[in-house]
Design a protein around this ligand. Structure first.
Ligand SMILES: [Zn+2]
Ligand SMILES: [Zn+2]
Length: 143
């Protein structure tokens, strides 16, 4: 499943315009790299695909995250992969720990947790939930 659908692109670009963020060549390249990938990418893969340097990749990934159009997916080993999202959407994933393919899960346990956090006096609540395992292909490759 391609992570971000092309129809999201217009919404993403609109959000950047609303935030008065210029769509520079480098930003275009980061978006292009993520949009054409079959799965979320790590910084190194964005660098390679977009023909950018790593500092530029990290700076732009951060800017997109703040603009609400990019999600950072933590991996078990402490590194991260990135995917574009429709503005202010977030997703939970089934992540393969071997090939880092990530499928979006059609569930969100956020409402339940928001209530608990609110009852504890918290505001500005966010949550992260990712599920890790081995995908079918990787199990077969290892057999
Ligand atoms: Zn896999
Ligand atoms: Zn959620």
């Amino acid at each position: 499943m391609p992570a971000t659908k092309t129809r999201d692109l217009e919404a993403i670009l609109n959000r950047l315009r609303e935030r008065k963020m210029r769509v520079t060549k480098n930003r275009e390249r980061v978006i292009g790299a993520l949009l054409t990938a079959e799965k979320p990418l790590n910084a190194e893969q964005i660098r390679e695909r977009g023909d950018l340097d790593l500092v530029t990749v990290y700076r732009n990934v951060e800017a997109f995250e703040q603009a609400g159009v990019l999600q950072r997916i933590p991996l078990e080993n402490g590194t991260q992969i990135f995917e574009l999202t429709a503005p202010d959407e977030h997703y939970h994933h089934l992540v393969c720990r071997e090939c880092h393919q990530a499928e979006r899960l059609d569930v969100c346990v956020g409402e339940e947790m928001r209530k608990v956090a609110k009852a504890n006096g918290y505001s500005h609540i966010a949550h992260v939930l990712e599920v890790y395992g081995l995908c079918r292909e990787c199990v077969e490759d290892n057999a």
